[in-house]
Write a protein that binds this ligand. Structure first.
Ligand SMILES: Nc1ncnc2c1ncn2[C@@H]1O[C@H](COP(=O)(O)OP(=O)(O)OP(=O)(O)O)[C@@H](O)[C@H]1O
Ligand SMILES: [Mg+2]
Length: 300
């Protein structure tokens, strides 16, 4: 194997990040290589977005090292990370709804024609390339000059991703690209992630949904309250184990104990009065068990 095949595209070594007194990340390590999908998992507030903001130049880390193709880096701006080939698609900021599909595609890197005072946006080229690139990922855009807001959520995500690939990204970071999407829409995005991997990009995929992560991920890094539960190859963990780690096993135990306490006091009430007997604790316990067993674990 050559060096470039073994050196990760991007690697975090013991990274920590503080916001004043808040320890957002503590001693986090992760890596992604070319042709690989790394899933970054964890509950709300676990530190997922903070970590990828460090990788994409929005934040700077306080401790640890960040390596890009084996060389230590500290990005001071998103532009710098982008120039190194790290493209990040943020869920809400992916596209500008009222602008055309092709304008969105070329945002910030518009093709021009003419020179001097006649220099202007080359709409024909933009439309043609956009149609071609979207076609390549299986989305037929009849009219690239229509507003991007007329596309479905999944298609819009795909425009943002296609754009990153077209402009030569090596690492593609996707922060919850499927969380607001229906089943079919999510499938569009997941299929596109598979294509990016085929094209030898390194993909960092953040999601709350283990059913989206597990089939496509090669490796899972699980964060919990700013700390890492570790990194697991797909061959090392089952889907159920990933779910339990995402929910935080201890938290679930605590919740179960609290619910049992509720139940005890319910039974007390029942014994004392005729209006006792709560189904609420039962319902909660069922929910907790369901979460623990990996059913319907979606972002609330
Ligand atoms: N700019 C900031 N200033 C202060 N605290 C912050 C800042 N950004 C994040 N935090 C804190 O850091 C922690 C991690 O937040 P982060 O957004 O990375 O979590 P997350 O895993 O992406 O969560 P979610 O799944 O809800 O998106 C949280 O406690 C959050 O309040
Ligand atoms: Mg987040």
């Amino acid at each position: 194997m050559t060096d470039s095949a073994t050196t990760p595209l991007i690697e975090a070594q013991g990274i920590s990040k503080y916001f004043g007194q808040v320890i957002a990340l503590q001693d986090i390590s992760m890596r992604v290589s070319a042709g690989e999908v790394m899933c970054l998992l964890g509950d709300n507030g676990a530190g997922k977005s903070t970590l990828i903001k460090i990788l994409s130049g929005v934040h700077q880390h306080d401790d640890g090292r960040l390596l890009m193709e084996g060389e230590e880096v500290k990005f001071t701006s998103p532009r710098e990370a982008l120039d190194r080939g790290i493209a990040t698609v943020f869920q809400d900021l992916a596209t500008i709804p009222l602008m055309s599909i092709s304008r969105n595609f070329f945002l910030g890197r518009e093709p021009t024609k003419g020179g001097g005072p006649f220099k202007r946006f080359d709409a024909a080229t933009a439309d043609r390339v956009t149609r071609e690139e979207m076609h390549r990922i299986g989305i037929d855009v009849r009219d690239p000059s229509q507003p991007v807001g007329t596309l479905s959520g999944g298609e819009r995500q795909s425009v943002a991703i296609a754009r990153a690939v077209y402009f030569g990204a090596k690492v593609l970071i996707l922060d919850e690209p499927t969380s607001a999407l229906g089943v079919k829409e999510a499938a569009v995005v997941l299929r596109y992630i598979a294509q990016a991997k085929e094209r030898n990009l390194g993909v960092i995929f953040i999601t709350h949904n283990v059913h989206h992560a597990y089939p496509i991920g090669d490796r899972f890094t699980i964060l919990n309250r700013g700390q890492s539960y570790g990194t697991f190859e797909k061959s090392e963990v089952t889907r159920e184990e990933v779910v339990t780690m995402m929910a935080g096993g201890e938290e679930m135990d605590k919740l179960t104990a609290e619910l049992e306490e509720f139940e005890r006091s319910d039974r007390e009430t029942e014994r004392r009065g005729p209006n006792g007997g709560s189904h609420l604790a039962d319902a909660f316990r069922e929910d907790a068990e369901e979460i623990q067993h990996g059913e319907g674990r979606e972002k609330a």
